[in-house]
Design a protein around this ligand. Structure first.
Ligand SMILES: Cc1ncc(COP(=O)(O)O)c(C=O)c1O
Length: 466
């Protein structure tokens, strides 16, 4: 049974038809989705991989011997060669000039962000400016900034669309601390609301004296990021979010000129040219080696190139267009669901149309009296239907607190309770601020989403109508 009509959908979103190559691909390369009747709606959590990615990678590993890089023997050189080839492939994929950018391998986007946080030259009077709408791995940089005497300023997001307060942003950007270092961080796409923040902010901030960190983790799975057109100083991302496999490899794509400002307070295997015990001195290697701690994930790194080839073959235009059509339909149908007394079934936190937003939708379900339907109930029912969705704040407390109207006072009064001063669990937090602290439901679309996935979620939603 279908909750909505496929031909109405295609009539309203005719460009969906031009993405039919993905239907073929899904059947042949992602067979488990049909075989196991899985409705995968958690692409912002992780992308899915095609069987061909695994096969190509397995063949590569089966056909050669790989040694630890950092040496000149044949098996080591072979690994080094593939790692360097992948580095070049990544830069080419994002149209980043090798003269301007360097690609530093990390474990994931969080690893890339930590690298910036620990090595950025924050000092007394320097500034760290960031949007409320940020993943915790970007929020976490504030602790490095504060511990070194820099000031931290947040730009709020504004209801109902959860876009940033641009007037406030421009005013803060006009006030860098001259003579000190100033870092501005924002996500190209929100992992909470799906909002896409203007990339024009990059050049605007740089022209006023800021270095810019653009968190691209939630953006690049379905949107092209052209680093020949946009020139952020730091771009962290995780590859499993783009094409599912491999996990454990991320990257910091960084402007060489800005990297020169970074300074690390430790060294490790592979990050030095010379390190001496008796001489009590070390010399940091240039990037990327100077920022890559220990042995790289050299067996999985070549799988990144395979994933990028896969994505490129499908094409961002097709992926983006498909996700845009499905998001538009899903939003319209969800918002249109009303209880018998006319009250809405769901509240969507973020833009209600597909303009300047991606396929990530945060929402809550309400009964006809306006009470939030508890998450455990939704989760149990979604699991029963093999629907993968996510509940909570998705590591984005800034957007979540505004969306759910949790005030700073409420939070402070909870955090200052003597029993919560040093430690608080998830459950304590929910009891403190209940029911708002249970967060939202997140549905996210991606590479091989189709009409049937969206329809299955709408059918799931419809059962909560009275
Ligand atoms: C926008 C954004 N930034 C950063 C991250 C962190 O990524 P990872 O957990 O792969 O380090 C995520 C993960 O969901 C994200 O969505």
């Amino acid at each position: 049974m279908s909750a909505t009509n496929h031909s109405d959908f295609v009539k309203q979103f005719p460009s969906y038809k031009s993405t039919s190559t993905i239907d073929v691909l899904r059947k042949t390369q992602y067979p488990l989705l049909e075989k196991e009747s899985q409705i995968y709606l958690d692409y912002t959590g992780a992308g899915l991989y095609a069987t061909s990615q695994l096969q190509t990678h397995q063949k590569l590993l089966t056909d050669s011997i790989f040694g630890n890089p950092h040496s000149w023997n044949p098996t080591s050189s072979h690994s080094t060669e593939l790692v360097e080839k992948t580095r070049a492939r990544i830069l080419k994929f994002f149209n980043a000039s090798p003269e301007e950018y360097v690609c530093v391998f990390t474990q994931n986007a969080s690893g890339a962000l930590k690298l910036v946080g620990e090595a950025y030259p924050f000092g007394a009077g320097c500034r760290y400016l960031l949007t409320f709408d940020n993943h915790n791995s970007v929020n976490g940089i504030r602790e490095y900034a504060r511990s070194r005497g820099a000031s931290v300023t947040y730009i709020p997001v504004v209801l109902p669309d959860l876009r940033s307060d641009e007037i406030r942003l421009m005013s803060e950007l006009s006030n860098p601390n001259d003579g000190c270092f100033n870092l501005f961080a924002f996500p190209a796409q929100s992992n909470f609301s799906g909002v896409q923040h203007p990339l024009e902010w990059i050049a605007e901030a740089q022209s006023k004296g800021w270095d810019v960190l653009l968190d691209a983790a939630a953006f690049v799975p379905t949107n092209e990021l052209d680093l020949g057109r946009w020139h952020p100083d730091f771009v962290p991302l995780s590859f499993y979010k783009m094409f599912g496999y491999p996990t454990g490899v991320g990257v910091l794509i960084a402007r060489k000129e800005t990297l020169r400002k970074l300074s690390r307070s430790w060294f490790a295997g592979g990050t030095t040219t010379v390190a001496s015990v008796r001489g009590n001195k070390f010399y940091a290697a240039d990037a990327p080696a100077g920022l890559e701690d220990g042995t790289l994930n050299y067996l999985n790194i070549p799988a990144v190139g395979i994933g990028l080839d896969h994505l490129e073959k499908i094409g961002y235009e097709t992926i983006h267009s498909r996700v845009e059509c499905l998001t538009g339909w899903l939003l319209e149908k969800l918002v249109g669901m009303k209880h018998s007394n006319g009250s809405g079934l769901v509240k969507v936190y973020g833009p209600l149309n597909s303009k300047s937003r991606g396929g990530t939708i945060a929402l809550n379900f309400f009964d006809l009296h306006g009470n939030i339907i508890p998450k455990f109930f939704l989760e149990k029912e979604a699991n029963r239907r093999n629907i993968s969705i996510r509940m909570g704040f998705f590591c984005n407390p800034g957007a979540g607190e505004v969306a759910l109207d949790i005030s700073g006072e409420e939070l402070s009064s909870c955090f200052s309770r003597p029993s919560y001063e040093a430690r608080i669990t998830d459950l304590d937090f929910q009891n403190c601020i209940d029911p708002k602290a249970s967060g939202a439901v997140r549905v996210s679309l991606g590479l091989v989403s189709n009409f049937e996935d969206v329809d299955a979620f709408l059918e799931f939603a419809a059962q909560f109508l009275n």
